[in-house]
Design a binder for this molecule. Sequence first.
Ligand SMILES: O=C(O)CCC(=O)C(=O)O
Ligand SMILES: [Fe+2]
Length: 258
Amino acid sequence: MNVFKEFFELPAEDKAGIYSEDLKRPCRLYTSSSNYDHENVHLWRDNLRHPCHPLEDCIKIWPLKPTRYREIVATYSIEAKKLGLRILELLSEGLGLGSGFFGDKLSDSLLLSVNHYPPCPDPSLTLGVSRHCDPNLLTILHQGDVYGLQVFKDGEWIGVEPLHNAFVVNIGHQLQIISNNKLKSAEHRAVTNSRVARTTVAFFINPSDDCVIEPDKSLIDTDESPAYKPFQFKEFLLNYSSLMGNPEKCLEPFELHA
Ligand SMILES: O=C(O)CCC(=O)C(=O)O
Ligand SMILES: [Fe+2]
């Protein structure tokens, strides 16, 4: 976790080279959100994101400072990938799908997203990240040891206290769709605080852009019909970003009604 904190503590001139508001740039640092003019609550966060797979190619575009960033983050991403694939394998077993079901294209794109939330003078006016469900397959989140994550359950926001050296595992929208709603993606957000900076690292396991997502036939019970139509993952992402992750709306275009 320290290397990520050190990254955000670097002088601005060391970070300026990777600062970009261009959504297409694979490795970039940016602040607040791309929806600043229209959002109800502004986001109080900086975010660094970059792909992690294939590692040999991706690593060349990662930050050069702090000097050990590439080495440490490469190890982290290899271990996070192993953990994620292991969890997917267990979920697959639990759902009665074959071994390796979530391998290949369904988990082909790995993305690291590092959030840095500086102390905010008035946390009631900001959020760290607004309410959303993760659009991917699975997220392995390390939330450090500063509180800020909340999950929406039974009509209220519940705090997810950080546990030392523990990960939060989030089911993404794609896992909900493939399981025909047997697994549910949890709505969550991050709040800010006025005392200390908070740094969190999300490792997103995504399908490849052209991967076709649909409810698996074996998970549609005999008295059920598929809840979603087939689509390419990139179509989902396009719609998700145009709706800024709105949890009520972003599944709608892909839903089928019996
Ligand atoms: O920082 C956090 O606790 C949550 C971050 C998050 O939800 C995300 O990056 O998708
Ligand atoms: Fe999230």
